[in-house]
Design a protein around this ligand. Structure first.
Ligand code: COA
Length: 150
C-alpha cells in the first residue's frame, strides 16, 4: 500500500489532519471536541504531519511543537485510522516526526502516551518517566527520547 507522509503546509491538508483526529479521538475514544482541538493547533510553531493512502485519503496524523525547555519538542495527537493500524504507519509517522524535529534543531522529544500505546512508543526507543495520570479521562504516562543531531 503506497502511503505518503507530508508536513502540512496548506489549510486543506490541515482540515484532513483534523478529520483523522475527529474519527480517532472524538468518535472512537470519546474525547470531548473542545479538548481535542486546542490553541496549539493554530500556533505558528506547531508542525502538523499528515499521511495519505494511495487514493489521497487521509489515514494518519500527528503534530509536534516546541515545549518549555530549550531543544525539547512535544509530540501530540498521534493517530492512525482503524483500517490502517498494525501496518507500520504509526511507526512511520513517528520516524517522520523525529527526522523533522531533528532537522528543526530539537534534541529531545517528549509525549504523554496513552498507556495502551506505551509499548508502541517503547519499541521506538521512548522511555517512560513518572506515574500514570489521567487526561481527557484516559490513562497516560509521560515518555521521552533523545534525538540524534545532524
Ligand atoms: N500495543 C503494543 N504494541 C503496539 C501497539 C499497542 N497498542 N500498537 C502498535 N504496536 C506495535 C506493533 O506491533 C509494531 O511492533 P513491531 O515493532 O514488532 O513491528 C509497532 O508497535 C509499530 O506498530 P504500527 O503498525 O506502526 O502502529 P499503528 O500504525 O497501529 O499505530 C497507534 C499505533 C497507537 C498510533 C494507533 O494504534 C492509533 O492511532 N491508536 C488510536 C489513537 C491513539 O491511541 N494514539 C496514541 C495516543 S498517545
Amino acid at each position: 500500500m503506497a502511503i505518503s507522509i507530508i508536513r502540512v503546509e496548506d489549510p486543506s491538508s490541515l482540515q484532513d489532519a483534523f478529520e483523522v483526529r475527529r474519527q480517532v479521538f472524538i468518535e472512537e475514544q470519546h474525547v470531548p471536541e473542545d479538548m481535542e482541538l486546542d490553541e496549539y493547533d493554530d500556533a505558528p510553531q506547531t508542525i502538523h504531519i499528515l499521511a495519505r493512502d494511495e487514493n489521497g485519503s487521509p489515514v494518519g496524523t500527528a503534530r509536534f511543537r516546541p515545549y518549555h525547555d530549550a531543544g525539547v519538542a512535544k509530540v501530540e495527537r498521534v493517530a492512525v485510522v482503524g483500517s490502517h493500524r498494525g501496518t507500520g504507519l504509526g511507526r512511520s509517522l513517528m520516524k517522520f516526526i523525529e527526522a523533522e524535529a531533528s532537522h528543526e534543531g530539537f534534541r529531545e522529544l517528549r509525549l504523554n502516551a496513552q498507556t495502551h500505546a506505551q509499548c508502541f512508543y517503547e519499541r521506538l526507543g521512548y522511555k517512560a518517566v513518572g506515574n500514570v495520570f489521567f487526561e481527557a479521562g484516559i490513562e497516560h504516562i509521560a515518555m521521552w527520547k533523545p534525538l540524534s543531531t545532524h
